[in-house]
Ligand binder design. Structure first.
Ligand code: F3S
Length: 282
């Protein structure tokens, strides 16, 4: 008899659940077309589901000519919001409140006269949004070596992309403390990512097979698959239950499931049912 266990933290985070609920409500109630600025989340199945419910994807503000434009969880630069409003679009802001907290902290530090550094991935939309909120002069630091190229002021303010690790923030903060007179760090990391990673590691250590559910284009899901594979070689990353193969479960006693922060709970439930069926008939 196979036992199926789900990681203690798995699947859609608060910000994604909120954005999905906002998009679905807009599809139901708003007048005119409803579009998201880029795919709402990194999960093609969910993006297809939304399309069937009337929420399509605009690749840029200028291609959305009327109706409602929904901003994604990781936020955008303020200039795009202004452009959308100037085009007469109704803007629905689904930026995650935790990302908004990073924007607010960035603005506050700049107002207080700190030179702002954003610890995060250069070019990532969330980081671009934080830079936009902070205004001119803010710089991105992805790794320690980036500090060498920056003319550091005496007072440094630091905020961090929500999905970065505490270890990376700590490493960069330590280096700054050695070089600046005053360093003010606002830890804007969101616990959802680290909670999912920790839970995946703990589960993978005791399972015979691990199934990781989420978009193949989702960075956080791919990371969960890597973490899981490090402890459980029989790890499979699937986007859709149709990819499951009964041969994966031959001889397995414990099957673990985890899912990325863009995977709705219904997808996890579906996988549990399909895996259960496969194991029962094996
Ligand atoms: Fe928000 Fe954290 Fe999810 S920042 S979108 S709750 S990963």
């Amino acid at each position: 008899m196979v036992e199926i266990e789900i990681a203690a933290h798995a699947g859609a985070c608060y910000g994604v659940e909120r954005a999905l609920a906002m998009a679905r409500a807009a599809a139901r109630d708003a007048e005119g077309p409803v579009r998201t600025l880029g795919p709402l989340i990194h999960n093609p199945l969910v993006v297809d589901e939304l399309a069937r419910e009337g929420v399509s994807v605009a690749q840029s503000v200028s291609t959305a000519d009327a109706g409602t434009l929904i901003l994604r969880t990781h936020g955008v630069v303020p200039r795009l919001v202004e452009q959308a409003r100037a085009q007469g679009l109704h803007v629905l802001d689904a930026t995650c409140p935790y990302v908004k907290r990073a924007h607010a902290a960035a603005r506050r530090l700049v107002r207080q006269g700190f030179q702002l550094l954003v610890v995060g991935e250069a070019g990532h939309p969330e980081v671009e949004g934080i830079l936009g909120a902070a205004g001119d002069g803010a710089r991105v630091v992805s790794r320690l070596a980036d500090l060498d190229g920056i003319d550091l002021a005496e007072r440094i303010g630091v905020v961090v992309q929500t999905t970065q690790t505490i270890e990376r923030l700590q490493q960069i903060t330590d280096a700054l403390l050695a070089r600046a007179r005053e360093v003010c760090v606002v830890n804007t990391i969101c616990a959802a990512t680290t909670d999912r990673q920790r839970a995946a590691r703990a589960l993978a250590e005791r399972e015979d097979v691990m199934i990781v559910i989420g978009g193949k284009n989702s960075g956080n899901t791919r990371r969960l698959a890597e973490i899981s594979a490090a402890s459980c070689p029989k790890t499979h990353h699937i986007e859709d239950v149709a990819e499951l193969e009964s041969s994966w479960f031959y001889g397995a006693r414990l099957v673990g499931i985890t899912a990325g922060a863009s995977t709705p709970a219904a997808h996890i439930d579906r996988a549990v049912a399909v895996i259960g069926g496969m194991c029962d008939s094996a």
